[in-house]
Design a protein around this ligand. Structure first.
Ligand SMILES: NC(=O)c1ccc[n+]([C@@H]2O[C@H](COP(=O)([O-])OP(=O)(O)OC[C@H]3O[C@@H](n4cnc5c(N)ncnc54)[C@H](OP(=O)(O)O)[C@@H]3O)[C@@H](O)[C@H]2O)c1
Length: 219
């Protein structure tokens, strides 16, 4: 996020907040996960690949008997996502779409060829999503945004670790999406989160927060 807590600006093109060294660190974190999740708006706006970039990291995953890339996961109520999005077209890995019950029949028609469409309740219930992912063998899930997803995972108390990277500039435009929206977060003035680490990476800073007893220092 920016110094003032934004994940993007209000313009159409994606705003790059990290530097090259941090993008490479994110690639390493991705390579250590079983699945990676973004909200449907991020797919519509950014058209992300969500793949492990480094060939060495892909090979290391394969050597461990894992697919070269983590499973891709999204959540949608409208199911207004194009099957031509790179989320679906790139990477020989499972793509899972948790959609609201009411739109599931349409979602299966629209995306059934390119993804597994799962009824997630209405609205989609993230406890159900994480339980279903666990049943599919996902032990470590990386939530990469956007703000709506961060807010729901954090307020639901489903997050073990928060990695927050602060880029050295301001966005200063309230039309832009923030890191999180309004909500009742488990951590407030009377219940402070545990800061587990701080690391400068060039001109950005990584803050690691331990948010549950499943947090592991060595990851
Ligand atoms: N800086 C970063 O690291 C970073 C990372 C990722 C994204 N971003 C930015 O974040 C912005 C998007 O963030 P955002 O908060 O607007 O959107 P988002 O979190 O990417 O996606 C929100 C959408 O997800 C679906 N959704 C979320 N929770 C749901 C639930 N419980 N049930 C059903 N559907 C649910 C809805 O999709 P439908 O509308 O289809 O119903 C909702 O509109 C973009 O500007 C992107 O560039 C930045």
């Amino acid at each position: 996020m920016s110094i003032d807590g934004y994940l993007d600006d209000a313009a159409q093109e994606r705003l790059l907040l990290s530097n090259d060294a941090d993008f490479d660190r994110v690639d390493e974190v991705r390579a250590g996960c079983d699945a990676i999740l973004v909200g449907a708006t991020t797919i519509r706006q950014d058209d992300p690949r969500l793949l492990v970039r480094s060939a060495e990291r892909q090979a290391a995953r394969a050597a461990r008997g894992e697919p070269p890339h983590p499973v891709k996961v999204t959540v949608t109520g409208s199911c207004d996502i194009e099957p031509t999005a790179r989320f679906f077209t790139l990477g020989d890995v499972d793509k899972l779409v948790y959609c609201a019950s009411a739109t599931c029949p349409d979602a299966r028609k629209r995306l059934g060829e390119v993804a597994t469409v799962i009824d997630g309740g209405d609205p989609v219930d993230l406890h159900l999503v994480t339980a279903d992912l666990a049943a599919r063998g996902v032990r470590r899930l990386m939530v990469e945004g956007g703000g709506t997803m961060h807010t729901q995972f954090l307020t639901a108390g489903l997050v073990d670790e928060l990695q927050l990277v602060v880029a050295p500039f301001f966005v200063g435009d309230s039309r832009a999406p923030r890191f999180v929206g309004d909500g009742e977060f488990p951590w407030g003035p009377g219940h402070r989160a545990r800061l587990a680490g701080v690391r400068q990476i060039g001109d950005v800073v990584l803050l690691r927060y331990a948010l549950s007893d499943r947090f592991s220092e060595d990851r």
